[in-house]
Design a protein around this ligand. Structure first.
Ligand code: V47
Ligand code: SF4
Length: 392
């Protein structure tokens, strides 16, 4: 019987397209693929070819391990000074009666509602509120840490940070140091969208640009913090814009090594100013994951975010290069349900996440935000998980 490696070698050797064959050999030899080769993979690679290559790289790096975490979100506000065309979630401050603004005690109450529950991470992002400034968020970080010091705080995109640093007249380095000292542990990947100005000016022209986004992550990495990166795909961008975006991330990662995870985010088209744009097909989604895994050879993890993609497609993505499906969420985020995701109240308990992963013969491993392994669930029976409140 053919083993997996010789199977993929045969697939590459039998490729009818000489360019795809050459790229396939590069991947098998662990050589970096170029910009043009990345574009070509999107344009000419079949789903099965891309999937087989991406899965091969995924299994070399992680075997069957598939990570998830136990987390919840806090969205301080959906009022926002910016007007990204894809956003179904934000309201202008002038219409603040249609939105929400949480006070620090209200956000602390959300944290306290998890007392005694084995969550390890809080993910905090929201709109850019003109009155929620650096001092407000420093106080929020400090009060969460005072209440639950071991809870990892992954918070704020460069869109929020850039605005608060500028208002406080702080340099990026000064602002990041203050936030880190107050309790900010790592940065989530949001706000990246598409870096190239040709697209950025069409979909989110007034918020931080690519250089600003990258320099904030670089400053975090220099302080020893880790971060994630996203790409919003499947709208008006071309394949080369996606590769351009990944190229910029790959270059920064070569420099700092601070990124943990890349998360392609599928554009959802409900109730926003881009509702006329069709959403991508599942085939395009899986190609996006596979090419991300192949292009971003220096990113350890590729995540599919199930509240946005839907749980079945997130499960499918585990065969296309993905090795992480985010976490329990506990119905604490509205960004995707408001933009039309089928997950209208995103929440999964550990038993459900583990089942999803086991159904495709992968090994479920609970992780902390920084990929410290907390528990391997591959040999724990479902009934035991369901009956033990510390596991579920
Ligand atoms: O930057 C907004 C996206 C992002 C839509 O780091 C939309 O672990 C699709 O970055 N269709 C914020 N996407 C969320 C984010 C994130 C999510 C999960 C995990 C992590 C992580 C980061 O949400 C925004 C934007 O790209 N978004 N509207 C929409 N209509
Ligand atoms: Fe504001 Fe973020 Fe929505 Fe853009 S995506 S309008 S920055 S909340």
């Amino acid at each position: 019987m053919m083993n997996q490696q010789s199977g993929i070698e045969a697939l590459v050797a039998n490729s009818k397209d000489e360019q795809l064959k050459a790229i396939g050999y590069k991947v098998l030899n662990k050589e970096r693929i170029s910009f043009d080769e990345g574009v070509l993979l999107f344009e000419k690679g079949s789903l099965s070819y891309l999937g087989a290559l991406a899965n091969c790289v995924r299994e070399q790096k992680h075997g069957n391990k598939t990570y998830f975490n136990r987390n919840f979100h806090i969205e301080p506000t959906n009022l926002c000074v910016f007007s990204c065309k894809f956003c179904a979630y934000s309201k202008l401050y002038a219409h603040r009666e249609e939105g929400w603004e949480l006070s620090i005690p209200q956000m602390l109450d959300i944290v306290k509602s998890y007392d005694g529950k084995p969550v390890t991470e809080v993910h905090i992002v929201g709109g850019v509120h003109p009155k929620m400034d650096m001092a407000f968020f420093i106080e929020l970080l400090k009060s969460i840490k005072a209440h639950r010091p071991e809870l990892h705080i992954k918070a704020f995109t460069p869109v929020e940070l850039d605005y608060m640093f500028r208002k406080a007249k702080l340099t990026t380095e000064e602002g990041m140091k203050l936030a880190n000292e107050a309790g900010l542990d790592s940065l989530p990947g949001g706000g990246a969208e598409i870096f190239h100005p040709e697209i950025r000016t069409q979909i989110c022209e007034d918020k931080v640009d690519a250089d600003g986004w990258l320099s904030i992550h670089e400053a975090a990495h220099k302080l020893g913090m880790h971060s994630n990166a996203t790409l919003l795909y499947g709208h008006v961008e071309k394949y080369w814009h996606r590769i351009d975006h990944m190229e910029r991330l790959r270059q920064l990662q070569d420099k700092t090594g601070g990124f943990n995870t890349f998360i392609p985010l599928k554009f959802r088209n409900k109730d926003n100013d881009m509702s006329y744009v069709h959403e991508s097909s599942v085939i395009e989604d899986m190609k996006m994951y596979a090419v991300s895994r192949l292009y971003l050879d220096n990113f350890p993890h590729i995540k599919s975010y199930w509240p946005m993609l839907g749980r079945q497609n997130a499960q499918l993505s585990l065969s296309f290069g993905v090795n992480d499906i985010d976490g329990t969420i506990d119905d604490t985020t509205k960004i995707y349900s408001m933009a039309g995701s089928e997950e209208q109240s995103p929440a999964m308990n550990t038993a459900q996440l583990v089942t999803l992963i086991k159904q495709v013969n992968r090994q479920p491993v609970e992780r902390g935000t920084l990929y410290n392994e907390i528990r391997d669930y591959s040999t724990i029976e479902l009934a035991e998980i369901e009956s033990n409140p510390l596991l579920n």
